[in-house]
Design a protein around this ligand. Structure first.
Ligand SMILES: O=P(O)(O)OC[C@H]1O[C@H](OP(=O)(O)OP(=O)(O)O)[C@H](O)[C@@H]1O
Ligand SMILES: O=c1cc[nH]c(=O)[nH]1
Ligand SMILES: [Mg+2]
Length: 211
């Protein structure tokens, strides 16, 4: 059973687009577009609990109270490289959000994350953080990224991934039980090289055409 901290967004539009992303026949341009579209649809679900408050506005017909976003401001944080495609898409929905970057690559031998860059909004402690990475495989990269966010003071963190492995979800639940995960699908398992099966391959390479 999927834990209550994990939301799988099984909307048909997302599932269709994800299947296209998996296909080896999908080229760089379409892969990027699909990743961006799925990211926006995932954000719709991940941001379902944003607070609203009534605000007095005047339409061309009358003055009234209408719901507007309120409460904590937002931060979108990308795990580089691949997470960038997600924050770039989501920021169109929430243009006032600040954007942070955590550079991290997974060592192909050890499968451990190597951090190489950290630039976060100075007021991240006061913001709701949406951390993005298309792939949650062993969970090492996301767990280390959440460590960095917490060290910087972040208190409210949701992890948004396009595709997750059960192994990665278990690591986040163990290391960061307070962090909700929003994902489009949970695949079967990891192979011996730490790749998600059936998966979609190396997300960064497919987004940036580096292989
Ligand atoms: O859950 P994990 O086992 O840590 O693996 C997932 C990580 O691997 C990929 O990044 P990669 O290391 O390929 O870097 P890139 O985005 O620069 O391609 C992916 O975007 C995640 O960050
Ligand atoms: O399947 C995987 C695992 C890690 N990183 C990826 O991009 N894909
Ligand atoms: Mg990669």
């Amino acid at each position: 059973m999927v834990s209550p901290m994990v939301t799988v967004v099984s909307h048909p539009l997302i599932q269709h687009k994800l299947s296209l992303m998996r296909d080896t026949g999908t080229g760089v341009k379409e892969f990027r577009e699909l990743a961006a579209e799925i990211s926006m649809l995932l954000a719709y679900e991940a941001m379902r609990d944003l607070e609203l408050a009534p605000q007095t506005l005047t339409t061309p017909l009358e003055t009234g109270e209408f719901p507007m976003l309120t409460g904590k401001k937002l931060a979108l944080v990308a795990i580089l490289r691949a997470g960038l495609i997600m924050t770039d898409a989501i920021v169109a929905l929430v243009p006032a959000a600040k954007v942070g970057h955590l550079g991290m690559y997974r060592d192909p031998q050890t499968l451990k994350p190597v951090a190489y860059y950290n630039k976060l909004p100075a007021d991240i402690a006061e913001r709701r953080v949406f951390l993005t990475d298309p792939m949650l495989a062993t969970g090492g990269s996301a767990s280390a990224a959440i460590d960095s966010l917490k060290e910087a003071g972040a208190q409210s963190i949701k992890l948004m991934c396009i595709l997750s492995a059960p192994e990665g979800i278990a690591v986040i639940e163990r290391d960061h039980p307070d962090v909700e995960i929003v994902t489009a699908a949970i695949d079967s398992h990891l192979n011996d090289h730490g790749y998600i099966v059936p998966g979609l391959g190396d997300a960064g390479d497919r987004i940036y055409g580096t292989k």
